[in-house]
Design a protein around this ligand. Structure first.
Ligand code: SF4
Ligand code: SF4
Length: 364
């Protein structure tokens, strides 16, 4: 029986088939991103080992070799970083305790402003481990678990709730109390307490971490997508970035490969630009796209009148450029903080000798 309205199959058949103009140059985005991820993972491992040796010096009451405290360890204290940032915004004074925590928060916020939420998929060690866990799961079981849409949306909101909670605490605390807290024995050895948390994990801690690992094998970016408040913050800031994943509907052949490849489950093939705060700029979608110039990480198109190809060429960010931008922001801000004396915590060895071995005795 004929109807007035065509079925979806008839509509698809009626669409003029687009000709594929195949990409010539091989895509290197994932190799470049992997190199950056592993360099950052290695940097974190070196910082971790140096920090453990630094703590050991004080715990052995000075009988082991002294290693300087790696200020980069403060990158693992994002709450202290936000507190310092609030303190700085209110007083225009950079705190003497854990200033690098604030510097690193600024590095990652600036990076998000420039190249989307690239912090999550290019730099964050937790993001890297998380990514390789789900890739392992896919290798072992040929697929990851697809979370139903309604549950996915509900779970994704958890990280924003957590972020709101932390921001509320930090931004409603009187500035004087913030300063006192950061300069208290608890604030000074917050880094050592974090290390102790992982060194002396109780049964509950082990079960929780094991559960996260197992869930991350089955569900793509379980921690990052659902629970990480830091990633949520970077995502919100990344909405202001002029750089977006952009699709040229004329060059696109509607194969849907980008859609399937996106770890954030974004409908890339339906969009002209990906505005979502969930886009991590991982470029997985670009890596699988078969059509020349169909999908790019790019600035907004310039003026009309330019040919499409010229427009792309002048506005596209190649993966190497993303890596360079991240390096410039990272080393630039850290270099500036070092030069101006706002990188290292300003605490003498004698005070650390009193505090570090007793870190577990301090409570806030
Ligand atoms: S849209 Fe592309 S860059 Fe953004 S998260 Fe998805 S795959 Fe990664
Ligand atoms: S991968 Fe996505 S952007 Fe590329 S041709 Fe297929 S549908 Fe279009």
């Amino acid at each position: 029986m004929s109807t007035l309205y065509p079925s979806p199959a008839e509509t698809a058949a009626a669409k003029p088939k687009k000709t594929l103009v195949r990409r010539i140059a091989p895509d290197r985005s994932q190799q470049v991103r992997r190199a950056v991820q592993f360099a950052f993972l290695l940097l974190n491992a070196v910082i971790g080992v140096q920090f453990i040796l630094w703590v050991r010096y004080f715990e052995s009451l000075g009988s082991s070799h002294y290693f300087g405290r790696p200020a980069g360890v403060d990158g693992w204290l994002p709450i202290a970083g936000l507190m310092n940032l609030r303190y700085f915004l209110a007083t225009r004074q950079i705190p003497a305790i854990h200033p690098s925590a604030m510097v690193l928060v600024c590095v990652f916020l600036l990076a998000s402003l420039v190249v989307k939420k690239a912090f999550c998929s290019w730099l964050c060690p937790v993001g890297t481990v998380s990514e390789y866990l789900w890739k392992l799961g896919r290798k072992l079981f040929r697929r990851n678990v697809a979370v139903p849409k309604w549950l996915d949306v509900a779970l994704r909101s958890l990280k924003y709730i957590l972020l709101a909670f932390f921001l509320y605490i930090v931004f409603t605390m009187p500035v004087q109390d913030l300063g006192d807290f950061l300069a208290s024995p608890f604030g000074i050895v917050a880094d050592v307490k974090m290390l102790n948390f992982f060194r002396y994990l109780g049964t509950v801690g082990i079960i929780v971490i094991a559960a996260f690992v197992v869930l991350s094998v089955f569900i793509q970016n379980f921690w990052c997508r659902f629970l990480c408040p830091y990633g949520a913050l970077m995502g919100i800031v990344s909405a202001l970035s002029p750089v977006k994943i952009r699709r040229d509907a004329e060059a696109c052949i509607d194969c849907g490969k980008c859609n399937k490849a996106c770890p954030s489950h974004l409908p890339v093939d339906m969009l002209v630009q990906v505005r979502s705060v969930e886009c991590t700029g991982c470029m997985e979608c670009i890596a699988v796209c078969p059509a020349e110039n169909a999908l790019q990480m790019a600035l907004p198109p310039r003026t009309a009148g330019e040919t499409r190809a010229a427009r792309w060429r002048s506005r596209t960010l190649k993966p190497q450029m993303v890596a360079v931008v991240l390096a410039v922001v990272f080393f630039g801000l850290i270099g500036a903080a070092r030069l101006t004396g706002h990188w290292q915590t300003n605490i003498s060895r004698d005070i650390y000798m009193q505090l570090v071995p007793n870190a577990e005795n301090f409570d806030h």
